[in-house]
Design a protein around this ligand. Structure first.
Ligand code: NAD
Length: 268
């Protein structure tokens, strides 16, 4: 048992987190920094990854912010080289960067946005996984958690691109788990459902309300209430509850789990 709330000892471990300036990325970074890990936060150049890094425990010696657009293979390669140069190794990857996309029924869904969602959530996640895997092989062990979504388990209305992309993440997780098992690298996914407060929860309730479809009331507060009423535990999951699941899957206590998709749904 480490310091308050830190249930695993990740000291001498190095984790890279993509989407590291976002809500879940930052919560997970805090969780790992508190448990002693060195943490690299990767995110788009215009995102506040430097300040997200600076707020972490052990910031001076054990934290690094790296600009990286995951859709650009060369940037991903350079970013992971920087992580390994700085910390000497890579033990864990949280492949978490994501874009929620537009909200519209299938026949009205904007094609260019569909391509953008797939570029970030599928192609980007593939680049990150492939590049990080080479470094994890050097370490000779390690673990990956890919960020899927409950939208990758049951397709939600008005989110055809996001749903397709997260089903793909679950599929990539199963294949990568097989491909990397010979090197002792475990690959799992997490699939949160309704998580908040945060950017995605706020955006999703506002934009679902605006779709004017039969599934959602036209005002965001009513959408919020209806969505929460669909959760057996009758509340949103917190950012920390996602981070806790990621920590468990990375930890040695999950040593026989690979190719698994952990749904974090409050019982949906
Ligand atoms: N919040 C939820 O309810 C929820 C539920 C299920 C799954 N997820 C998934 O969790 C992940 C994190 O979401 P969040 O809630 O923290 O949202 P967020 O918007 O706060 O974080 C997403 C991060 O990804 C980054 N990103 C987007 N495109 C990128 C790119 N091309 N290169 C590098 N970084 C990029 C963004 O800049 C942002 O910091 C996403 O993959 C999301 O799909 C979220």
């Amino acid at each position: 048992m480490g310091p308050a709330g830190a249930t695993y000892d990740f000291s001498r471990r190095v984790i890279a987190i993509t989407g590291g300036a976002g809500d879940i990325g930052r919560a997970t970074a805090r969780r790992f920094a508190r448990s002693g890990a060195a943490v690299a936060l990767l995110d788009l150049p215009d995102r506040p990854f430097e300040s997200a890094a600076a707020e972490l425990e052990g910031a001076a010696e054990r934290v690094l912010g790296v600009p990286c657009d995951v859709t650009d293979r060369a940037q991903v390669e350079r970013a992971f080289e920087r992580v390994v140069e700085r910390f000497g190794r890579l033990d864990y990857l949280f492949n978490n960067a994501g874009y929620q996309g537009a909200f519209a029924p299938t026949d009205a869904y904007p094609p260019d946005d569909f391509e953008r969602v797939i570029a970030v959530n599928v192609t980007g996640a593939f680049h990150v996984l492939a590049v990080a895997a080479a470094h994890l092989r050097e370490t000779g062990a390690g673990a990956v958690v890919n960020m899927a979504s409950h939208a990758g388990v049951r397709g939600p209305p008005n989110m055809i691109a996001y749903g397709a992309s997260k089903f793909a993440v679950v599929g990539m997780t199963q294949t990568a788990a097989k491909d990397l098992a010979p090197y002792g690298i475990r690959v799992n996914a997490v699939s949160p459902a309704l998580i908040g407060p945060g950017v995605m929860w706020e955006r999703q309730t506002r934009l679902q309300a605006a779709t004017g479809t039969q599934y959602f009331a036209p005002d965001a507060a009513a959408v919020e209430r209806a969505l929460i009423a669909s959760v057996p535990l009758r509340r949103l999951g917190s950012l920390e509850e996602v981070a806790n699941a990621v920590a468990y899957l990375m930890s040695d206590e999950a040593s026989y789990l690979t190719g698994f998709n952990l749904e974090i749904t409050g019982g949906i």
